[in-house]
Design a binder for this molecule. Structure first.
Ligand SMILES: [Zn+2]
Length: 281
């Protein structure tokens, strides 16, 4: 058995492939040249048991623990550090406690065995690259407390067929769903005002999209390379008029040959007839 300190009032022990964190308060943050004390054994750790009074999970704490299969994060934890479980390729079961407010960048990226995730309703923002490359993820529950989907959180989640965005979300960040190649449809709630650049780029199974009236800004290439998206199935509020594609082929309105002006919603608008062109390239 090995043991030591991993925070001012936290201890760790490794016994029979089980790493136990006990004590009270915050865990240390780790980084290159300041590796976690269990680093030498990280490829043999199968379970991590986090005590009920642990307040934070340090940066990079369990990164690359390739045999780790299951983690329960207790309700006492308020922060999961950056890259805390990054590249835990065998992590299948993850229970996130009800006290977690912040999930750091890349916290669960490349956890390629993870199939489902339930985010507790103490979380308000899904941050940068949190679940990037979780290629087995089929189900993700986003609670009504979340107001912002940040940059890149679901990039390359290639098994994700659907996702329900709660009506608390006002912003979908840049590249949020890039390369979610199994995503067939997505419902954008009428709370959303901004869809970031390349948000749904490369979602090659996406066949239809409905953009609510609340959306005032759609970033460039938001739906680029959505090769299955049928222009006839793009719904945008009637008062924003008809949506076309093909802008870059012609550079002028296909309907009336009028000149196009760049604007925020939908990319371009015909200054003569008001048709909106959504950039799909
Ligand atoms: Zn026109």
């Amino acid at each position: 058995m090995q043991s030591g300190s991993c925070g001012e009032n936290l201890r760790w022990k490794l016994d029979d492939e089980v790493l136990t964190i006990s004590g009270t308060g915050e865990m240390e943050n780790y980084f290159y040249k300041h590796n976690p004390p269990w680093r030498a054994c990280m490829r043999s750790i199968q379970r991590v048991v986090i005590g009920k009074n642990v307040a934070t999970i340090g940066t990079q704490a369990f990164q690359c623990c390739s045999k780790l299969t299951r983690v329960t994060i207790p309700d006492s934890v308020t922060l999961i550090g950056e890259s805390a479980f990054n590249t835990c390729k065998n992590l299948r079961r993850l229970d996130i406690g009800k006290g977690v407010e912040t999930i750091g960048e890349f916290a669960f990226s490349d956890c390629t065995s993870l199939t489902s995730i339930k985010i507790p309703d103490s979380v308000t923002e899904i941050g940068e690259c949190t679940f990037r490359g979780c290629t087995s993820l089929t189900s993700i529950e986003i609670p009504g407390s979340v107001t912002e989907i940040g940059e890149c959180p679901f990039v390359g989640c290639t098994s994700l067929t659907s996702i329900e965005i709660p009506s608390s979300v006002t912003k979908i960040g840049e590249r949020a769903f890039v390369g979610c190649t199994s995503l067939t449809s997505i419902e954008i709630p009428s709370s959303v005002t901004k869809i970031g650049k390349s948000a749904f780029s490369g979602c090659t199974s996406l066949t239809s999209i409905e953009i609510p009236d609340s959306v005032t800004e759609i970033g460039e290439r938001a739906f680029s390379d959505c090769t299955s998206l049928d222009p006839a199935k793009i719904r945008i509020s009637p008062r924003k008029q008809q949506v076309f594609t093909g802008l870059l082929k012609k550079g002028y309105c296909e309907k009336c040959a009028g000149p196009l002006e760049k604007r925020q919603v939908g990319g371009y608008v015909c200054s003569r007839c008001g048709a909106i062109y959504l950039m799909l390239y």
